[in-house]
Design a protein around this ligand. Structure first.
Ligand SMILES: Cc1cc2nc3c(=O)[nH]c(=O)nc-3n(C[C@H](O)[C@H](O)[C@H](O)COP(=O)(O)O)c2cc1C
Length: 175
């Protein structure tokens, strides 16, 4: 897909059909994601593939705000950073997650980022149990690795409208 078209088609989608994503497609997504650059080539990002919809539904309960939609997703990829291999693991993981979302567009898939790092399970209890600890209860997150986010992935049964044009001129600073 042409780059400009790829960018214009990318939207966060939170409603998916039940259609599973084939192993072949998932393997391509993962290989493309792993091409992401990393600080000093530390390659700190790890990808945890959750292709069992029941486990994805369990993940949906990680927070009581902004993650419930995952319940209908056929799969998700948890983007992890190996904290023992570099202090910029968050930055590296965010770049990987973004490339994964663009790779999804290229495969005709829809996706949405669900944030994990630093987010409590309950919005009203910021110092309480963290989403990452909840996920550790049933996902094989390797020691030394921290999840930055999960990317929920599936097929959308509607074509999302392109983003309405925004006046972004003040976001650009010139000399
Ligand atoms: C760092 C980051 C965290 C996000 N966290 C969530 C989230 O927890 N739940 C959710 O539904 N969407 C989440 N999103 C998706 C944003 O809400 C979405 O990208 C934004 O509203 C713009 O919409 P668009 O992606 O369709 O352009 C997140 C996106 C980013 C980049």
């Amino acid at each position: 897909m042409e780059f400009k078209q790829l960018l214009s088609k990318r939207r966060s989608i939170r409603k998916f059909t039940e259609r599973a994503v084939s192993r072949e497609v998932v393997d391509r997504l993962l290989a493309e994601t792993l091409t992401a650059p990393s600080a000093r080539n530390t390659r700190t990002t790890r990808l945890l593939v959750v292709d069992d919809p029941q486990t994805v539904a369990r993940m949906a309960a990680m927070r009581d705000y902004g993650s419930a939609f995952m319940k209908g997703a056929p799969m998700a990829v948890v983007v992890l950073g190996d904290t023992t291999k570099g202090d910029l693991w968050r930055e590296n993981a965010a770049i990987s997650a973004t490339i994964l979302q663009l790779a999804c567009v290229d495969e005709g898939l829809a996706s949405c980022w669900v944030h994990i790092n630093g987010r409590p399970c309950r919005k009203e209890e910021p110092e309480g149990k963290q989403a990452a600890d909840y996920l550790r209860g049933f996902l094989p997150i390797p020691e030394g690795c921290e999840p930055l986010c999960a990317i929920a992935i599936g097929y959308s049964d509607f074509t999302p409208a392109p983003l309405p044009p925004a006046d972004d001129t003040e976001r650009i600073i010139r000399l």
